[in-house]
Design a protein around this ligand. Structure first.
Ligand code: DAT
Length: 179
């Protein structure tokens, strides 16, 4: 439960290309409490937490039960940043803060093209960003007050977003010390 954690669990989510990994890496460096960055997509690949590779979408079908079992002890302990393009899978009790990154869709298109995604995958993600799919998911999965939507278009956004999350962590710590 959140109350027993010495450090928070911060979920950073958003459509692929919105800047989750970039934010998580900087946050892990700047956080006043040690936070381990968990790139969930990488973890799935490393630990084989998938069912099959989908050639058409060039992505893995995640074995959700295995993934949750792998993450449960880490989430209970706290002090992690969960970096993934979806968040509704994570139990509500895990998250202390859910950051949803947003990006202008034309800019997102360029980022995904640079990444070498197939056209179909770029279109799908672009559409999802326009439709606010991840934001809706976050809002319907977690308490409104822990879900924060942040723009991620340039370096200034990156820096101010991370500064804001650092402030949130400091406030979280103060709350713990008082209670
Ligand atoms: P994600 O982890 O959401 O897939 P990423 O962190 O890998 O996204 O970022 C994708 C690309 O976009 C990468 O080249 C860094 C760049 N980028 C993302 N957010 C940015 C920002 N706020 N300022 C500058 N570059 C950013």
């Amino acid at each position: 439960m959140p109350s027993s954690r010495k450090a928070p669990v911060i979920v950073i989510t958003g459509t692929p290309g919105t800047g989750k990994t970039t934010h998580a890496e900087l946050l892990a460096q700047e956080s006043p409490v040690p936070l381990k960055h968990i790139n969930v997509g990488e973890l799935v690949k490393e630990k084989g937490l998938h069912e099959e590779y989908d050639e058409e979408w060039q992505s893995y079908t995640v074995d959700e039960d295995k993934l949750l079992d792998e993450l449960e002890p880490l989430a209970s302990e706290g002090g992690i940043i969960l970096d993934w393009h979806t968040c509704e899978l994570f139990p509500e009790r895990w998250a202390d803060l859910v950051v949803v990154l947003r990006c202008d869709h034309t800019k997102l298109w360029d980022r995904l093209e640079k990444r070498g995604y197939p056209l179909k995958k770029i279109q799908e993600n672009n559409q999802a960003e326009i439709m606010e799919v991840v934001l809706d998911e976050a809002r319907s999965s977690y308490a409104q007050e822990i879900v924060v939507e942040l723009q991620s278009e340039g370096t200034e956004d990156l820096e101010s977003n991370v500064a804001r999350i650092v402030q949130w962590i400091e406030a979280w710590q103060e709350d713990r010390e008082q209670s």
